[in-house]
Design a protein around this ligand. Sequence first.
Ligand code: 4G0
Length: 244
Amino acid sequence: MRFDILTLFPEMIRSVMNESIIGRAVENRIIEINAVNIRDFSRDKHRKVDDYPYGGGNGMVMMAQPIYDAYLSIVQNLDYKPRVIYMSPQGRVLTQSIAKELKENNSHLVLLCGHYEGIDERVIEEIVDEEISIGDFVLTGGELPAMVLVDCVSRLIPGVLSNEESSIEESHYNGLLEYPQYTRPYEFNGKTVPEVLMSGHHANINKWRRQQSLLRTCHKRPDLFSRLELSEEDKKLLQSGFDS
Ligand code: 4G0
């Protein structure tokens, strides 16, 4: 899968996306991430990319032309039209199921990162298919949201996660929160590891972990919990967890 990111801060993208699991996937050519510097498409001798808003008001507006030409530099070599997503707090909020849909229906995404007070509306109308937000808060730019989206979609692509990383994913993503994890030492600051995990009794360990996941989801994310369809077994586990 290919991602092109239209940005004023390409180094911000490169420095993050060449590390860790995503960096490994890029090296292995499973994904391609291309940061395109909008400023390279300025026609101004000072490489200006923003201007004052018509109608007055505070701040600057990103000009249509450099963004449009940066976009054309990507699509002019293609015989298809990639999906263009504008990272914006006004978009629909990214969820795991949106990430899955993006992975399943696209082999090429173009992500547009805004800055300052916004972008000339006409270039948005001209090139953008959809706006996506990563949550109901405002950031200084769209770069972090774009990288969140790339990470979230990429880790669903076969080969991005190792076998071990994938099986963690399979056991975790079922609408429940993760059970607590422990590693050595057995005792830390006077706290020991739950005895069931030391027992070697795998059926009991699995039951305990399921119970902890149910209890945690109920306590920490009542919004997720209310959407679960609990089996009779789950209801018993939860009840015995409340009792103890
Ligand atoms: C476009 C996305 C881009 C419009 C981008 C700000 C948060 C998100 C930006 C604005 C962003 C998000 C209207 C403030 C850049 N902040 N939640 N900042 N406005 O995904």
